[in-house]
Design a protein around this ligand. Structure first.
Ligand code: ZN
Length: 164
């Protein structure tokens, strides 16, 4: 019973199937398209994952060729100036060419959220208003996730002040 609590000795010489998620900060993928859902991490590890990504900040590659996509007859692509405008949360995946939200990713623990900024990556580059709609009102999922991120970061600072 409770196999997940077992901690056997390291067994480097045998070829065991690798676990999908290894609880080690170096293993947290940078590209949002490769990041496992937060619910795929054990509940007790999620705050550590969140702190890692909040400390690192959103993935915002500045020197890539943003992929062009045809929309309503126009060639459109991600506008890097949005990194300034939505700098605290907007992420861009070099892998799939989509935009993601760091805050919502970190606190998306319910299955009901089908927002493209969390799931498959936003790519409707001719619809900038969707970024504002994603933020939404004071009690939107996004703003609640942002408050949780703030609380987590403040808690960390508070704790580290008391650590000595
Ligand atoms: Zn969001």
């Amino acid at each position: 019973m409770e196999k997940f609590l077992e901690r056997g000795p390291p067994n480097a010489s045998t070829s065991q199937p690798s676990k999908r998620i290894e609880v080690c900060p170096r293993k947290y993928p940078d590209d949002p398209a490769f990041q496992p859902k937060i619910t795929e991490y054990p509940p007790n590890d999620r705050d550590e994952v969140r702190r890692y990504y909040l400390q690192k900040g959103p993935s915002q590659p500045k020197t890539v060729d943003f992929k062009q996509v045809e929309m309503s007859g126009l060639m459109c692509k991600f506008n890097p100036s949005w990194f300034k405008e939505f700098g605290s949360w907007l992420e861009y995946s070099e892998h799939d060419g989509g935009a993601y939200c760091l805050y919502c990713y970190l606190f998306n623990e319910s299955k009901k959220s089908g927002d493209t900024f969390i799931t498959e990556g936003f790519k409707s580059w001719n619809k900038k208003d969707r970024l504002l709609r994603h933020i939404g009102g004071p009690n939107s999922f996004h703003n609640q996730a942002m408050k949780k991120c703030d609380a987590l970061e403040n808690k960390k600072i508070f704790n580290s002040n008391l650590a000595y």
